[in-house]
Design a protein around this ligand. Structure first.
Ligand code: ADP
Length: 434
């Protein structure tokens, strides 16, 4: 809606100041053009830009809230499935392990989807974060090839994994690495020909990078379309075919690999196929398997802390039950719980726990207000507090780190990660008490 005042005209004047013989200013001499139309267009553009920015922010907020709402129940689904699979109470039968595996695979896939939608919003808002770690490329590729088997079968293509024995360790965010590889594998299957192949290989480059290449035997990309390939929502004409897609995968892949300090590239020949590659910076550390981390973390806790006490402040009953199930395995360490901040702070004063796990999104007094109150209370301000929340946005993590939390874990919390954090915090406390 253009809001130039009704009846008002705008002129663009091109002229010079004019003076009378005594040197008095009399006005401008020159030409003037009616610029009302241009002014109206300018105002219209400015208003459209403001409206687009507001819509974009509303979209990002909506996606972020949706992600939070979906992650919270997934925390219980994945967490309990992990507890069941670990067979703490009674070992599962082969058949039951198969069922639980399905829950974990389906739940993880759902989580990946949610993350992807959120990622796009984050990329648009320029607020994407990575958790860099040592990643063994060979095992991630193997996992991705196996996860992609339904899409290979659907498009009747065969994977050729030449990286089976690959031992290359790169520095990357493990979750995002999987996401990138899955995306390229899915494209290599979708834009392939029936009976074609998808070949995955890894090679060391001279400049301290490892290159992961995914080649297909598909339709290829015409030269004149190649400069459009990383533009979001541009499907290069695939939108007129039956091949499903959104056109954001490659744009997201490029943003993520570059944010991790890596590179992406491709070459393609029509009717011969395409090769997409990801270059990851090398990492010299060894990679631990998640199972090893859990066992290692638990034994450390057992050996150092016979009577550790942890207070969990959380309003979601399923999350509390999940934590209780985990702590059964960590005996003699004990867990006590409170379902709101006020009760939690009272319990902290009376029972003096070694550590507090504090949910951020509590009804009433939220986690940030709770930690501020704790820090003002001489009786309990020394107790380390770990924040737990389904909100994975960079700004909340930043706020938690600045707000006095010792650490911040996002839900769904991986049990291995939680045990590692508990182990680190309790060990630190043990050392400083000696
Ligand atoms: P989507 O696959 O969801 O459309 P992408 O961002 O992953 O989105 O890819 C953008 C476009 O690039 C695709 O729509 C397709 O036209 C083209 N493309 C991607 N990968 C390949 C490939 N391996 N072979 C041929 N064309 C491809």
């Amino acid at each position: 809606m253009v809001s130039t005042p009704l009846g008002r005209k705008f002129f663009r004047i091109c002229g010079v100041p004019a003076f009378d013989p005594d040197g008095g200013f009399v006005g401008y001499r020159g030409t003037g053009t009616d610029a009302t139309k241009i002014k109206e267009i300018e105002i219209q553009l400015r208003e459209s830009k403001l409206a687009a920015e507001a819509a974009n922010k509303a979209k990002s907020d909506f996606l972020s809230n949706m992600s939070h709402e979906l992650r919270t129940p997934l925390n219980a689904v994945l967490g309990f499935a992990e507890v069941l699979l670990a067979g703490y109470d009674t070992p599962l039968t082969e058949k039951q392990r198969g069922y639980v595996d399905h829950i974990l695979t389906g739940g993880s896939h759902l989580l990946d989807l949610i993350n992807e939608v959120l990622d796009l919003a984050k990329v648009e808002a320029g607020a994407m974060t990575q958790e860099m770690a040592a990643v063994n490329l060979g095992s991630v590729i193997e996992e991705c090839v196996s996860l992609s088997s339904p899409i290979f079968a659907k498009h009747e293509v065969s994977p050729v994994n030449e990286a089976v024995a690959c031992n290359a360790t790169v520095l990357a965010d493990p979750q995002r690495t999987k996401q990138l590889i899955l995306n390229l594998l899915s494209n290599a299957a979708k834009y392939n020909r029936h009976g074609g192949t998808v070949t995955i290989s890894v090679e060391a480059l001279d400049d301290h990078f490892h290159r992961l290449t995914i080649s297909d035997t598909g339709q290829g990309i015409p030269i004149h379309k190649q400069d459009q390939i990383f533009k979001p929502f541009n499907r290069l004409g695939a939108d007129k075919t039956a091949t499903e897609g959104t056109g954001i995968g490659l744009a997201l892949t490029k943003s993520i690999i570059e944010a991790m300090g890596g590179r992406i590239g491709f070459s393609s020949m029509v009717d011969e196929g395409s090769r997409f590659w990801l270059d990851f910076p090398l990492c010299d550390n060894e990679v631990e398997s998640p199972a090893a981390v859990v066992i290692d973390g638990m034994s450390k806790i057992d050996s150092h802390f016979d009577n550790g006490l942890v207070l969990y402040i959380e309003d979601n009953a399923a999350n509390v039950r999940l934590m209780e199930a985990l702590f059964e395995q960590l005996a003699p360490m004990r867990l006590i719980a409170a379902n709101n901040a006020e009760e939690g702070l009272n319990l902290a004063r009376s029972s003096q726990p070694d550590l507090i796990l504090l949910d951020i999104n509590l009804p009433g007094v939220n986690g940030f207000e709770a930690i501020a109150r704790l820090k003002e209370d001489a009786l309990i301000r020394h107790i380390p507090v770990i924040g737990l929340s389904a909100d994975a946005s960079g700004s909340t993590i930043e706020r938690a780190r600045n707000g006095g939390f010792t650490d911040y874990l996002t839900k769904p919390v991986k049990l291995s990660e939680l045990v590692r954090t508990l182990s680190r915090e309790m060990e630190y406390k043990h050392v400083s008490n000696q």
